[in-house]
Design a protein around this ligand. Structure first.
Ligand code: ATP
Length: 237
């Protein structure tokens, strides 16, 4: 049984048919990436999974249980956590408090210690910055903090929306290394990215989304060697 499954999902914004029958599976332990250009429906796919824009047709299934009729705040409690595009951290809370906020969905709050350590592990280069306000961090640091915060909720699946957005290349590299580490420590990840090259570099499998439809699905390696993908998404001629 797949950890997460989308079966023939159709999602609308009013009359706009944003997802036109997409099917995706994410197995436990994988990094699966969803690539595609602007407006293809990548963010909508994540919003559909997390219950923010529920599908009008089709199913979203987590560990064999349908979650597409469940409100977003309850989907979070089931272990589907998203680190949002635009890295919305709490600017007036400290780094430590931001991480602690990530544990609020947990039912076993008293056991959050090991995860806090794990969260800190991501920030090992920033010793002594626990009390610094989140808002004073650089863009890349805020992105890392947002991911660390989501991890504190001990996700079954972590949904990442454009973690590389707006970051300098050196930071993009760091963020992708962190995502790889998080996965190696056991977290399943669904990664939405416009930076297809980096995403395919760390993912196990990928899907290409085009105007609301899946047009290609394969191993990350096969996709990165696919001529159409290379031309359209990897900037190769
Ligand atoms: P981007 O990388 O630009 O976020 P995307 O692949 O994530 O692109 P979506 O944001 O999912 O694409 O958008 C898919 C389609 O749905 C687009 O045609 C977009 O215009 C439309 N859309 C997205 N959000 C809304 C909204 N709130 N209301 C109406 N239409 C929307």
């Amino acid at each position: 049984m797949a950890l997460l499954e989308l079966n023939d999902v159709h999602t609308y914004y009013g009359n706009i048919h944003a997802l036109k029958g997409i099917s995706i599976t994410v197995e436990k332990g994988e990094i699966v990436t969803l690539i595609g250009s602007n407006g293809a429906g990548k963010s909508t796919t994540l919003r559909t999974i997390s219950g923010i824009t529920p599908p009008r047709q089709g199913q979203v299934v987590l560990e064999g249980q349908r979650i597409d009729q469940i409100p977003a705040h309850k989907v979070v409690n089931l272990g589907v956590l998203q680190s949002p595009e635009g890295r919305r951290i709490f600017p007036r809370l400290s780094v430590r408090e931001n991480l602690e906020m990530g544990a609020f969905t947990r039912t076993d709050k008293e056991n959050s210690g090991p995860d806090m350590e794990r969260g800190w592990g991501l920030f090992r280069r920033w010793k002594g910055r626990a009390s610094q306000y989140g808002g004073t961090l650089s863009g890349g640091e805020q992105q890392m903090l947002a991911i660390g915060r989501a991890l504190m909720g001990r996700p079954k699946v972590l949904l990442l929306d454009e973690p590389s957005m707006g970051l300098a290349p050196v930071l993009v590299e760091q963020i992708f290394n962190i995502i790889k580490d998080i996965n190696a420590q056991g977290t399943t990840i669904l990664l939405v990215e416009q930076n297809a090259l980096m995403a395919l570099g760390i993912a196990h499998r990928g899907y290409v989304l085009q105007t609301g439809q899946i047009v290609l699905a394969d191993s990350a390696k096969a996709l990165s060697e696919n001529e159409t993908v290379q031309k359209a998404y990897l900037g190769m001629e």
